[in-house]
Design a protein. Structure first.
Length: 139
């Protein structure tokens, strides 16, 4: 399984926004500059994150973006689902047609797998993702 580029960029954007936590609002242009992502991509991601209730946007003087809730209360699962939709490894779990659905003995197990995957992603808070790794000096 691999996340889409847009989901990856959403994680990067949210990490950058989290680093501004407590420091006021930030613009999408600033987030793009700080992250190195193209501004149109950040605008698209910000729109999805705002619609999902992860970012709050305000217009006008003093406007900008800020986290809609504390970074510790936002998980990697929340961010991925904001862009990708519900976490599901197979289409059949979402009710889509499958050529072998009537004889499939694995289908009943997919919800367990999906729940485990979502649980693993939900256990990673944005606060952890937003930490800048410390580089160890080599002696």
């Amino acid at each position: 399984m691999r996340l889409s580029n847009l989901a990856d960029y959403a994680v990067v954007t949210m990490c950058q926004a989290a680093r501004h936590c407590g420091g006021g609002k930030v613009s999408a242009t600033e987030l793009a500059h700080e992250s190195g992502l193209p501004a149109p991509t950040v605008q698209k991601v910000v729109s999805k994150l705002t619609s999902a209730g992860l970012l709050r946007s305000s217009r006008g003087a003093g406007g900008g973006l800020q986290l809609a809730r504390p970074a510790a209360a936002i998980s990697l699962a929340d961010i991925v689902e904001a862009v990708e939709g519900p976490i599901a490894l197979t289409a059949c779990v979402e009710g889509e047609d499958c050529a072998v659905h009537e004889k499939c003995s694995v289908k009943p197990h997919w919800p367990i797998v999906n729940s485990a995957l979502r649980g693993a992603l939900a256990d990673i808070p944005l606060t952890r993702l937003a930490q800048i790794p410390q580089v160890k000096e080599v002696a």
